[in-house]
Design a protein around this ligand. Structure first.
Ligand code: NIG
Ligand code: FE
Length: 425
């Protein structure tokens, strides 16, 4: 395979090349190049141009015709719960009948149901199930993700999940940035000993750090799960140990999680369906990313996050799937983006920014990824759509035609190219 790849006949190339975190009007101010081409050398972008490209071809260049598709940076899904045992379709009828998400959890179902299934699953079971999901994500044009543990709630199973993620990161073209979410729910046996559980999580953080198993730490701060004080205790220790922070907050009720996250300079605060106006104002003064997960609102039949208010008040917004077995059993990140147009009232250009450069910032990979710029890694998606607006408007389908990861074509005509993948892992 050649080291130089030239992609030409791109109908329009779209990328937000502002310095992140991208806020306010800059979120919709994206670069648009018609009749574009990209020259890739090795794993990086060497030239981005339009019109005549013949001067960039030599005998070693592989020339790839984009066939009038549109081109965007590889999508970055910065909130997933990729690794878990089993599934929860058995609770779906209860949900349809009107039972609430937190009530199902209180009865020992929900996250605790998945914890039981994850404990029972072998490393290989978890690996194979998650690998299938990663393939699905890649076909949707996702080239980097964040993924969490959180279905063990005790060290051994949490570590099993984290090790599965580490191995998948080595074996699969999608880059995985790993988060330890030991405080995802309170196990039943700790109901009257909350402090003991929190202390245990705090002690376990040291093991996770010493063994290099995660980059980030996350907590589910919610009524009936962990309160703001407990969240702060865990995240403070994590920060002292050198972890970067993420946080599930204001998903169902606003109980102070956002304030904790902002105070500790978390990389992202996620969900935010119930965020208060005061917290939006405080948010705007920081570089923390508001990571919105509208597929979760869709599946739980809950409120949508106030995306318009956040963007109009200069908060940097990103979007993620929240892929998990309970509140979002779907790897379809394109659907998340399409829901963001319809339900969050975000413009297609803002949605692109929220799925590329802003999540790259929250994952601390923006120097290499998140936009199509000379010098950056060549993670690029070709979409079989007339324009960016069409991609967001024609919902529920997969528009991906081609995915380029690290300069290699890993998906073409909606098929994963196994032989190319072996070259990059
Ligand atoms: O982000 N909110 C907490 N965690 C997940 C749901 C996990 C589950 O239900 O298994 C979420 O929605
Ligand atoms: Fe989540």
């Amino acid at each position: 395979m050649s080291d130089n790849l030239l992609i030409h006949n791109i109908k329009t190339l779209y990328s937000n090349n502002h310095k992140p975190p991208v806020k306010g009007l800059k979120m919709s101010d994206i670069l648009k190049i018609d009749n574009a081409f990209i020259l890739i050398k090795g794993s990086r972008i060497a030239v981005v141009g339009n019109g005549d490209f013949s001067g960039y071809i030599n005998k070693d260049t592989e020339v790839f015709d984009a066939c009038q598709t549109i081109c965007i940076p590889g999508l970055i899904d910065s909130h997933t719960h990729l690794v878990f045992g089993g599934s929860r379709e058995d609770e779906f009828s209860r949900k349809i009948a009107g039972e609430d998400y937190l009530d199902i959890l209180k009865s020992g179902g929900g996250i605790l149901n998945t914890v039981n299934q994850t404990k029972k699953a072998s490393f290989e079971d978890l690996y194979q199930q998650a690998k299938k999901s990663l393939d699905e994500m890649l076909l949707f044009g996702v080239t980097s993700i964040e993924a969490k543990s959180g279905y063990g709630l005790e060290l051994e199973t949490e570590i099993k999940q984290l090790r599965v993620l580490k191995k998948l990161n080595e074996d699969h073209p999608i880059d995985i940035y790993i988060t330890y979410l030991g405080a995802h729910a309170l196990p039943k046996e700790y109901e009257n000993r909350r402090d003991v559980f929190i202390e245990r999580i705090i002690n376990d953080l040291e093991v996770i750090k010493t063994e290099g198993l995660a980059d980030f730490v996350d907590v589910f701060c919610e009524v009936g799960v962990f309160d703001a004080l407990e969240t702060e205790k865990i995240l403070r220790r994590a920060k002292d140990l050198g972890f970067k922070l993420r946080l599930h907050a204001d998903e169902i009720k606003s109980i102070g999680g956002t304030q904790v996250g902002l105070k500790l300079k978390a990389s992202t605060i996620d969900h935010l369906m119930a965020i208060s106006d005061d917290d939006i104002k405080a948010f705007a003064k920081t570089n923390t990313i508001a990571n919105l997960l509208p597929s979760t609102s869709f599946f739980l039949n809950k409120e949508y996050a106030p995306a318009r208010k956040l963007i109009d008040n200069s908060v940097a917004v990103s979007l993620s799937s929240d892929y998990n077995p309970g509140s979002t059993p779907s790897e379809n990140f394109q659907l998340t983006l399409q829901i963001s147009g319809n339900k969050l009232r975000m413009m297609p250009s803002e949605i692109l920014t929220a799925a590329t450069i802003n999540p790259a910032y929250s994952l601390d990979i923006f120097k290499d990824l998140g936009s199509i710029e000379v010098g950056k890694k060549a993670d690029i998606v070709l979409l079989d759509a007339k324009n960016l607006e069409y991609f967001i408007y024609h919902y529920g389908i997969n528009h991906t035609k081609t995915v380029i990861k690290n300069g290699f074509i890993v998906v073409n005509n909606r098929q994963i190219l196994k032989e190319n993948i072996n070259e990059i892992i």
